[in-house]
Design a protein around this ligand. Structure first.
Ligand code: XMP
Length: 518
């Protein structure tokens, strides 16, 4: 079993980054809300046998009423502790130091001078200046007994302080953000120098551990059903579970008629032919389109598609004898978003399009990606032999082309959109932009305009081209695609796709727009 670093989260916007930066150094790291350690008995924390504990930053001030705190027993466990920003101030306060409101706050880039090259600063020399990223209004004025200053800055004398004997190290800045250029080195000093981390976390070891875990959960006879969407998460989950239990995994792929060109055949050949997974491809196009006939209200479309998916999936799943488990591609951000900081009471976001199914069908969940970030899922996919073009696919919404085909859906209109979308995909890839863009796609508008092709008048619909940069889908900027590329896409779509005679470019960011049009 690998070593584990535990981050106690005080609500910093950077908490996830801490875990990622630690994992990037091949050390496993997980996040728990601070409430996990704000209990008289620290049994749950001790049970995790952490190799080191990191106290994150946070928006509160340690002297505020009801400010987040922890049981000071955390410092008596003999486990190294790293306090970052709020975590540093809390450490000082709990161990007898003095924290005050700083006259000069520190936000953004700052320079800290190493005073004592100890612990986290081990690879620096005394007097060396480091560029860091800071964001705090409070600072530590008086150190707790037994602590020494390790770094200082113009606006914050105690930028770093530590007790080497107690293995407690604190920094007022954020080593986890990229704006602290040597942040990884500082974290590495703490991980390997102070905690004695071995660097035993790798995708290969994750695969072995996960396989053992899946086998233990599912047993020697259990069957698992997995809804494949063609997206990265469900594909990687399926490939991993298949490694663990072979033909006791059955995958269901629902062709709802709202898929992109070649999507169904791609999934069938990859999972059915290549991986030899028991794959059921359900042809439900007619069924979906019948339900959706004449419906143009976006929310109605979404709901109908959701209900129909559950109905089709459930019907098929019932024919799989002895199935007791349902696989889901839930990722770590979904898990921490729902349990972090505010406490574990919030409900875990139900992912994918299988909402309600586990309870209705009495299925237990298998979620082998629960501990991974998206980029780790991609790494895992490559480790499992999935091709790069599938691993790096742009996100595609559950309701598929339905939310990109505005107005009432018909098969001919969907075919028009599919053809245009394939051209966009091809040209964006050919321009070498596909992987740097969050999403690029076409939206068919129920607007007809007059055009002229050859000597003939045309009266056809318009296509909006959408391309956005985003980090997480929550906010997005439209991409400044090169004019030549816009020109190529426009002329190819109009020349090659009957039904579109005008292409426009969507230059709306999110907010105020959303990424999808419906
Ligand atoms: P919006 O349009 O809300 O989209 O700005 C944000 C991100 O979410 C994707 N999206 C969905 N993904 N099921 C999904 O799995 C859905 O119903 C759904 N709707 C939107 C969208 O493609 C973008 O990446």
């Amino acid at each position: 079993m690998h070593q584990r670093i535990v981050v106690l989260d005080f609500g910093s916007q950077y908490t996830q980054l801490i875990a990622r930066r630690v994992r990037e150094q091949a050390v496993y790291c997980e996040i728990h809300p601070y409430t996990f350690a704000n209990v008289p008995d620290l049994a749950a924390l001790k049970a995790l046998a952490p190799t080191g504990i990191i106290l994150s930053g946070g928006p509160a001030s340690v002297y505020e009423e009801g400010a987040p705190t922890i049981n000071p027993g955390v410092f008596e466990l003999g486990v190294p502790v790293l306090g970052i920003c709020y975590g540093a101030q809390l450490t000082a306060k709990l161990l007898g130091g003095v924290v005050t409101h700083a006259e000069k706050r520190e936000f953004g880039r700052a320079t800290v001078r190493v005073v004592n090259p100890e612990g986290i600063f081990k690879t620096s020399s005394t007097g060396e200046d480091l560029t860091v990223w800071a964001s705090h209004g409070d600072h530590v004025e008086g150190l707790p007994p037994g602590f020494v200053q390790t770094a200082s800055s113009e606006n914050c004398a105690m930028s770093g302080f530590a007790s080497a004997a107690r293995k407690i190290h604190c920094v007022q800045f954020h080593p986890e953000v990229v704006h602290t250029p040597r942040g990884a080195e500082l974290l590495g000093n703490w991980l390997f120098g102070v905690c004695g981390a071995r660097g035993d976390w790798s995708m290969a070891s994750f695969v072995d551990e996960s396989i053992a875990r899946i086998q233990a959960q599912v047993g020697t006879t259990g069957r698992v059903i997995c809804g494949l969407s063609g997206g990265v998460d469900s594909s990687v989950a399926a490939a991993l579970i298949h490694r663990a239990i072979g033909d006791r995994l059955t995958c269901i792929f629902v062709d709802n008629g709202l898929l992109r060109l070649g999507e169904r055949s791609g999934v069938a050949s990859m999972f059915g032919d290549h991986f030899k997974i028991d794959l059921r491809v359900i042809d439900a196009e007619e069924r979906f389109l019948a339900k959706l006939a004449g419906v143009s209200d976006p929310e109605k479309k979404r709901k109908l598609i959701g209900y129909e998916f559950v109905a089709v999936f459930e019907e098929e799943a019932k024919t799989i004898e002895g199935a007791a488990f349902l696989a889901q591609g839930t990722l770590y951000p979904d898990v921490i978003e729902s349990v972090s900081f505010k406490g574990p009471s919030a409900v875990i976001k139900s992912h994918h399009n299988v909402g309600g199914l586990p309870e209705r069908m009495n299925l237990a969940l298998v979620e082998p990606l629960r501990e991974l970030f998206k980029d780790e899922v991609r790494q895992l996919g490559l480790e499992l032999g999935l091709p790069r073009h599938m691993i790096n696919r742009q996100p595609f919404p559950g309701p598929g082309l339905a939310v990109r085909c505005l107005g009432a859906l018909t098969k001919p209109r969907l075919d028009v959109l599919r053809a245009a979308d394939a051209i966009i995909d091809e040209e964006i890839r050919a321009a070498g932009l596909y992987e740097s863009i969050w999403q690029s796609f076409g939206v068919l508008l129920p607007v007809r305009s007059v055009g002229v092709m050859g000597d003939a008048r045309t009266y056809e619909e318009a296509l909006a081209l959408r391309a956005v940069h985003s980090r997480d889908g929550m906010t997005a900027d439209w991409v400044h695609l090169p004019y030549d590329l816009l020109g190529t896409i426009s002329s190819r779509v109009i020349n090659e796709v009957r039904g579109i005679n005008r292409v426009v470019y969507d230059i709306t960011s999110k907010p105020p727009g959303t990424i999808e049009w419906e």
